[in-house]
Design a protein around this ligand. Sequence first.
Ligand SMILES: [Zn+2]
Length: 222
Amino acid sequence: MKVAIFCESAADEAGIRILVDALLGMPSEPFELDKFRARRGWPSVPNSLPAVVRHLYYQTEADALVTVADARGSPLHSAKCDPRQADPKCRLCYMRQIITSTSQRLGPVPNRRPLLTAIALAVPAIEAWWACGCNPHATEAAWERDRATGASAPVHIRKLKQAVYGTDRPQLALETSRAVEEARRVAAQIGELERHFPAGFGAFAQDVRTWAERSKEAGTPA
Ligand SMILES: [Zn+2]
């Protein structure tokens, strides 16, 4: 299965692919999104999403698109989010709404299967996922309690980066190697990541697990 990953950096992408492969139960085939790379980061991720979806659908053979962004100080996605009226404050619903409305406007292409999609929101940043299991406070619930009492997302994220990389300003090579190392550890106990990050990772994990079945139904080899 050819899976394109659109996220905030190449380092995040390397780690996320390991998690996606663990959820799929097999290695995915990487699909480059180099032409969009320079524009990543929030709000570039949602702003670029319509072009990414159209590019993958019309100009490539990618089977699936994974989108991941950091929540930072934004609210946690919850059952209270109204799917019909995406609240731009919830980054997950906002990205989901963009992908849904873009997909609905795609025209039919002979032999083209619909693009499979899954969206995740790292709360408050992807380093919390990489710290899962090592730092008992690296959970959505713990961050939500801190956020409710006025904790600063940038300060919290700096501490997470310091713990994961040994510095809050890692070079790309260090950021990538640590992401890969921690993603391998976390992927081996992926249920823990789902348990500690149910809103931003749990629903994403369920979506990815349905892909093999859905692509089989659509006649695409997984
Ligand atoms: Zn939401």
